[in-house]
Design a protein around this ligand. Structure first.
Ligand code: FAD
Length: 284
């Protein structure tokens, strides 16, 4: 059983401030952390490793500093870590990121076949939730998104059963390996590093791969060149000029709330009532 977990180092968004005059994000001095969603993916992979005596490889594409995130995963109990770092990866959008990560997983697979790939549901900086599905598509893996629990894993039949959060309920899905799982937040309790693993993490000889090491020959598919997405503007939302108003209290019935809301809206927008009436074909 070989599991690859993709982890991204992100700025700690809880400590990001927006410049009051320029409205730009102030990143200076903001500590880098492992993307919080990815911690649940690491923990789930380690639990499967404990159950099935497998191996866990963590993989990150990022600048040399992303090594810290990988060492943290080793301190939790991951076996191997690969840092995909190359100047030509800079400026990657989700298309280019998933291409590079898929290529690296392909290389890892050549050394030891990969049964499962984990990613977090999304990151807290880019927030797109596209990288996991992108990797699965490129590698032809079965895709299981928004997974909250792994119910069963049958290595002989090469099948996995998971619970997936869906709108209005939970889906129980069975599929075959190899598969890619995007892991939901809050699904497990991330373990503490043991002293032995912390020492191992400090001494661990990280695998640092360039694009060539990952078998990437087409430089037009990575980094800025391989990224059709352009982020035109990043801005802080304008703070509300007025605080929110209550249209009822805890004893109000749904009908009372609806009447209060409509009356408040009509009072605030004088033309609204006649417009509604006109559309409905009745006199106000
Ligand atoms: C403010 C902002 C807005 C952006 N908007 C866009 C946009 O609209 N479209 C776009 O294409 N890009 C956008 N980007 C760029 C985006 O950060 C990168 O494309 C990034 O490489 C992956 O996208 P993501 O962070 O949304 O990852 P997601 O798809 O949210 O990540 C899902 C999971 O994939 C894995 N993963 C993601 N990146 C890596 C990595 N580098 N190494 C290892 N595992 C990884 C992690 O397990 C993660 O939990 C934006 C970046 C910023 C800072």
């Amino acid at each position: 059983m070989h599991i690859v977990v993709c982890i991204k180092q992100v700025p700690d968004s809880a400590q990001i401030r927006v410049h009051p005059v320029t409205n730009t994000i102030m990143r200076q001095g903001v500590p880098a952390i492992v993307n919080p969603y990815d911690l649940y993916a690491i923990e789930e992979a380690l639990r499967l490793k404990d159950r099935c005596h497998g191996r866990v490889t963590v993989l990150s594409m990022g600048p040399p500093q992303a090594e810290t995130a990988l060492r943290k995963a080793i301190s939790f109990g991951a076996d191997e870590a690969v840092l995909l770092t190359d100047r030509s990866f800079a400026g990657a959008d989700t298309l280019a990121t998933s291409y590079a990560l898929a290529a690296a997983i392909g290389k890892i697979n050549e050394e030891l076949p990969v049964d499962l790939v984990f990613t977090g549901k999304q990151t807290i900086d880019g927030d797109t939730a596209q990288v996991g599905p992108g990797i699965a598509k490129r590698l032809g893996l079965e895709l299981l998104t928004y997974v909250s629990q792994i119910d069963a894993l049958d290595l002989e039949r090469r099948e996995i059963v998971v619970r997936r959060r869906a709108e209005g309920g939970v889906q129980v899905l069975k599929t075959r390996l190899p598969a890619l799982i995007t892991m939901l937040e809050g699904t497990n309790e991330v373990r503490f590093a043991t002293m032995a693993n912390m020492f191992r993490a400090a001494r661990y000889d990280l695998k640092v791969w360039s694009k060539e090491d990952a078998g990437i020959t087409d430089a037009t598919k990575i980094g800025l060149k391989g990224s059709p997405t352009v982020v035109a503007k990043v801005f802080a939302p304008q703070p509300r000029s007025k605080p929110a108003e209550l249209v009822g209290n805890e004893t109000s019935s749904p009908q009372d709330l609806a009447v209060n809301l409509i009356t408040t809206l009509f009072a605030r927008h004088p033309n609204l009532e006649s417009q509604f009436a006109k559309n409905a074909g009745v006199s106000p």
